[in-house]
Design a protein around this ligand. Structure first.
Ligand code: PGA
Ligand code: ZN
Length: 418
């Protein structure tokens, strides 16, 4: 059981306030969690509680969420014996009492939930990932999806698509997957320099050059993959996109590189991109409110590539259940802070598994050094993770954790399951 639980306001990777949680267990163990924070958020995400006190951090302070951990949550949890993480999370969900965790704040609750997950692993003397493996699931080392070129809300350039990711699907191991992308990232930097394009980094560590056309970026990526000595495609190194289209979907149209186009135009644009480039996965290709478009996109491309819901699914078990029934997408992005507890995140993953939907574990654009998602990805067996570029400490920390898990557990399989 917990003897103390304490949160403090720290900075995330963008320099915005977030929380860390440190808890002491009776047995003497100390567990920690750092809370991530998104920029291109879905409207139905659990509520990230901010102070809205303009005198501090432009209103983004998290003193209220910190006080909720140190007051009511700590009071409810310390000194009690819990058998499972689900029991801990249930107490916090009940204490909050709202459907969207807006009273205590999802940022407060998720920090304690992640720390509690580590507490149970420590209590059972298990590595974190092993303590999270659901019954009947084969844990796997996930294919890392490295976001090497940033646009949208994550960079100040003219690029509307948010994320261009490199996915070493055909790598023989975790370490070789990371090596491949680090080499490709380096080749990409050289290509940008040769073209006199800037090599400064966006929020997730990808380059953020002044390019506007997705096609131009994809050409650069294929070139970098080849130049680094790898084979573009699903047997080698593939590409994944997260346009985060909710951010440029306004008044019923999509605004890409200064042009306003319809939902149907977007879908045929994606068809062309998939024909021309080794793209294996598209996340948030359309806006979260464009339900008919989503169904059409899934019907058009769902047999050829992975269609991932993020802003529209928000890791919410009930919403994902409805989306599956409606034929929206064939995969879900999974972010612990979108729903606010580890237990509900595991439920969302189970719903995907049971329905034959794929799942990809994800960081947020605002991160800390916490590597929880690396363990979660291995435990879930989903075979996919995205954690930004092979650069910036808060991104690399997750990939490094995966390399270390792989090294300590040589029999864990790498990659997507068949
Ligand atoms: P966010 O972006 O963390 O800023 O929401 C990540 C994503 O859209 O997947
Ligand atoms: Zn996304």
């Amino acid at each position: 059981s917990f003897s103390t639980i304490r949160a403090v306001e720290i900075l995330d990777s963008r320099g915005n306030p977030t929380l860390s949680v440190t808890a002491h267990l009776r047995e003497g163990t100390v567990v920690y969690a750092g809370v991530p924070s998104g920029a291109s958020t879905g409207t139905r995400e659990a509520v990230e509680l901010r102070d809205h006190d303009a005198a501090r951090f432009g209103g983004r302070g998290v003193f209220r969420a910190v006080a909720h951990v140190n007051g009511p949550i700590a009071d409810a949890l310390t000194g009690r014996v819990f058998d499972t993480l689900a029991d801990v999370d249930a107490v916090m969900i009940q204490l909050d009492g709202t459907a969207d965790k807006s009273r205590l704040g999802a940022n407060a609750i998720v920090g304690v939930s992640i720390a509690a997950a580590r507490a149970f692993a420590a209590a059972h003397a298990l590595p974190l990932w092993r303590s999270l493996v659901p019954d009947g699931v084969q844990p796997r080392l996930p294919v890392p999806h490295f976001n090497v070129l940033n646009g949208g809300r994550h960079a100040p350039n003219a690029l509307d698509f948010q994320e261009f990711m490199i996915a070493p699907l055909g790598a023989p191991s975790m370490a070789e997957a990371v090596r491949a992308v680090a080499e490709i990232y380096s080749a990409l930097r050289s290509s940008l320099e040769q073209r006199n394009l800037a090599t400064g980094l966006g929020d997730e560590g990808g380059f953020a050059p002044e390019v506007a056309w997705p096609e131009e970026v994809l050409t650069l990526l294929v070139h970098a993959i080849t130049k680094a000595g790898y084979t573009p495609g699903v047997d080698g190194v593939a590409i994944a996109l997260d346009p985060a289209a909710s951010e440029f979907h306004t008044h019923g149209a999509y605004e890409v590189a200064g042009q306003r186009i319809t939902s149907a135009d977007m879908i045929s644009r994606y068809e062309d991109l998939v024909d021309e480039f080794p793209i294996w996965s598209i996340e948030d290709g359309l806006g979260e409110g464009d339900l008919d478009g989503w169904k059409q996109l899934t019907a058009t491309l769902g047999d050829r590539i992975q269609i991932v819901g993020d802003d529209n699914f928000v890791t919410n078990p009930a919403i994902i259940t409805d989306a599956i029934a409606a034929g929206v997408g064939n995969a879900a992005l999974i972010k612990v802070n979108q729903i606010g507890t580890v237990t509900e995140t595991l439920q969302a993953l189970k719903i995907c598994r049971d329905a034959g939907y794929a799942a990809m574990i994800s960081h947020r654009s605002g991160e800390t050094d916490d590597t929880f998602i690396a363990d979660l990805a291995v435990a879930s067996g989903c075979g996919q993770i995205k954690s930004g570029a092979p650069a910036r400490g808060e991104r690399v920390a997750k990939y490094n954790r995966l390399i270390e898990i792989a090294d300590a557990n040589v029999r864990l399989p790498y990659g997507l399951s068949a």
